[in-house]
Structure formats: C-alpha cells, structure tokens
Ligand binder design. Structure first.
Ligand code: SF4
Length: 187
C-alpha cells in the first residue's frame, strides 16, 4: 500500500479543522503518484464537494482546456488543493484551516516528488512562497528556492480567469506554458 493511499484514508476521516463539519466529501487529489507536475489550487468548490474530485467545475474545465493548449493532459498530472474540504459558500480558507491541513499537502508533495509545481491563485502561492506579495508581482516567475529545488510557478486561479476574462486567461496560459517548458527541460 502506498503512502498516498494510507494518507488519503486518514484524510477521509479527518476532523482537524471546522471544515469537517460542513463538507460532503473530502477532496484529496486526482492523478497518478508518478506525476512530474503537481497543480495546487485553493479548496474544493460545490461540484468537487459533491463528487470528491478536484477541479471538475467551470474553473476545472477552463484549466484543463488551457493545459491541453500547452501540451499537458490532466491524466498525467497530480491535482490537489491547499485544504481538502470545501469552505462554506466557497470563502477563502482561513489561516487556521490551511495550517491544520498543511501536513496532508506536505506529505503529498514529499510522496509525489514532482519536478514542477504550479500554484493556482493567492492561497496556494502563499502556502508555497510565504509572505504577502500580490500575486500579480510574483506570477509567471519560476523559482527553485522554496521547495527543495523543485520548480514552483505561481499563477492565477482559473476562477480568477473566469472572472477576469480573456486577459487573465492569457496570463494563466502563459504561466502554464512556462511550467510545461520547465517540465520538458527537466526530462
Ligand atoms: Fe482535515 Fe483538511 Fe478537511 Fe480540515 S480541511 S477537516 S484539516 S482534511
């Protein structure tokens, strides 16, 4: 039994923060543990909470289209979130909730050991980079100094691209193309 299977089993019973009281399903991850690229979002939304699968709502559809445009297919990627349970009304996860859930994501990254990590949105970017720099200042710049040499690419959450229209979608696509290029170079 892999570490990730056991970890998911633990997560499915987790009550370490208040989100356990309002969730329908724990949304742990999708994709293979052998993935070389990991996508980290913020939290499950309504459809993910119902299905138990990350990024299957409107944001997920946009994200997968953009990934496909830059030559990346969902089946090859490991997809997860900073918190594994849906915050009520899709609010931003609280600091205490992200802290309570942190051991799961740390263990996922240690088990998958990807070459490239894409942080989707401000919550995932702060989880990885720390600090409070606006996302617009740090997006699109790959770094290797925050995750043991793994490339980290901060970018917009696809929900922000849905709200912001074509201009934000274009920036998100550019950043995903950068991640795809890094992945090819790391081969
Ligand atoms: Fe546990 Fe994370 Fe769900 Fe909170 S969000 S109950 S820490 S799995």
């Amino acid at each position: 039994m892999s570490d990730l299977v056991e970890l998911e089993r633990v997560a499915q019973r987790c009550e370490a923060c208040t989100l356990a009281a309002t969730r329908t399903r724990v949304v742990f991850s999708s994709g293979p543990s052998s993935a070389r690229l990991v996508l980290i979002g913020e939290a499950p939304g309504a459809e993910e909470d119902r299905s138990g699968v990350p990024f299957i709502g409107r944001s997920g559809v946009l994200l997968m289209r953009l990934l496909s445009e830059v030559g990346l297919e969902r089946e090859a990627l490991y997809v997860t979130n900073v918190v594994k349970c849906r915050p009520p009304k899709n609010r931003t996860p609280r600091r205490a909730e992200a802290a309570a859930c942190r051991p799961f994501l740390e263990a996922q990254l240690a088990a998958v050991h990807p070459r490239v990590v894409v942080a989707l949105g401000a919550t995932a970017t702060r989880w990885l980079l720390g600090g409070t720099a606006p996302l617009g200042e740090v997006r699109g710049r790959a770094r290797t100094d925050v995750l043991d040499g793994t490339w980290v690419v901060p970018t917009y959450h696809p929900a922000a691209a849905l709200r912001g229209g074509p201009a934000v979608s274009e920036l998100l696509r550019d950043d995903l193309a950068l991640a795809a290029d890094l992945l090819r170079r790391a081969a």
